[in-house]
Design a protein around this ligand. Structure first.
Ligand SMILES: [Mn+2]
Length: 307
């Protein structure tokens, strides 16, 4: 990736095939579609990944986003849905790295329907080149969770994408170090609370909870975990590290359900406000500030409401 020195960047969250909302948002941010791609005279976009699956205009989103990235008017990190697609379509000894059935198939079926075989191959090859994280000293960005020890480990391995087949294969082996790193950075660490259940989006009973990792200190579970039963007063088994750097961190992934975007912490900003579930598509207009503020969000409503 080119060195990013700009301090006028619009960070945009998970799009999931919602091209109309993306175009509306870019327009609202002052970007125009000239010369075949969206651009702004003084600003760049940084996407958080998750372009595919779920929505009605997956191919249009990929074309729009890739044309911006190819022309250096946008940058991105990879999302868990792009990583899953790589594994889904990569065969090792005739077996896909991600099983092509059940939940995996349902989650990916709209992308399969949207792209023909050649297009799928083309975009999967492109997904392999997308960075896992970015840190330029002024800001950090990762799809789900910024975990310093994993970033340091990747840095020492000289790896920042999924183009290395040996690395990719190891990430697909459950409980390998590479698997744990990928899960944490792209999906967010979860806390297992045996016997305390909630129903997930697919109406499945689950007792692992996504952690609000950007909080710092000791919390009640209901404050620190998504979906945790509000009538349960259990305390977290450990303190949360938070994001202790002054450098802001941007991420997506958490399906926040606010009518208006909110800042998670002064130095931590989640940009996923569930456009793929009747929510909003939001951008944070960043101008180099270390302390983030809610009045710097710009957003558009979902136009389709489709999941
Ligand atoms: Mn995600």
């Amino acid at each position: 990736m080119n060195e990013i020195t700009a301090t006028s960047i619009d960070f945009i969250g998970d799009i999931h095939g919602h091209a109309t909302e993306l175009m509306n948002l870019l327009q609202k941010l002052g970007y125009t579609n000239t010369q075949g791609y969206y651009q702004h005279p003084s600003r760049k976009v940084f996407f958080c990944g998750d372009f595919i699956d779920r929505g009605p205009q997956i191919k249009q989103v990929l074309e729009l986003v890739k044309s911006m990235i190819d022309n250096h008017t946008a940058f991105t990190v990879i999302g868990n849905h792009e990583y899953n697609a790589i594994c889904y379509h990569t065969l090792v000894n005739n077996q896909p790295l991600r099983e092509n059935s059940g939940h995996n198939k349902n989650q990916h079926e709209r992308t399969i329907a949207a792209l023909n075989k050649d297009e799928m191959h083309y975009y999967v090859e492109w997904f392999k080149t997308l960075p896992i994280y970015h840190n330029n000293g002024n800001f950090r960005i990762v799809h789900a969770q910024w975990k310093e020890e994993h970033i340091n480990e990747l840095q020492s391995l000289g790896i920042n994408n999924f183009s290395n087949i040996d690395f990719l294969k190891r990430t697909a082996q459950k409980h390998s170090k590479e698997f744990e790193m990928t899960e944490c950075l792209l999906k967010g660490h979860e806390l297992h609370m045996p016997g305390i259940y909630f129903l997930d989006k697919g109406k499945k009973q689950r007792d692992s909870y996504r952690i609000k990792w950007w909080k710092q200190g000791l919390y009640a579970c209901k404050e620190a975990l998504f979906e945790f039963p509000q009538d349960n007063d259990a305390i977290m088994p450990h303190e949360l590290e938070g994001h202790t750097k002054n450098v802001p961190v941007f991420f997506g992934h958490y399906w926040l359900k606010n009518d208006e975007p909110v800042i998670q912490a002064a130095n931590a900003c989640c940009l996923d406000f569930s456009v793929a579930n009747k929510g909003i598509l939001a951008a944070y207009q960043w101008d180099g500030e270390a302390e983030l503020k809610a009045d710097k969000f710009v957003w558009v409503e979902s136009t389709t409401g489709e999941i």
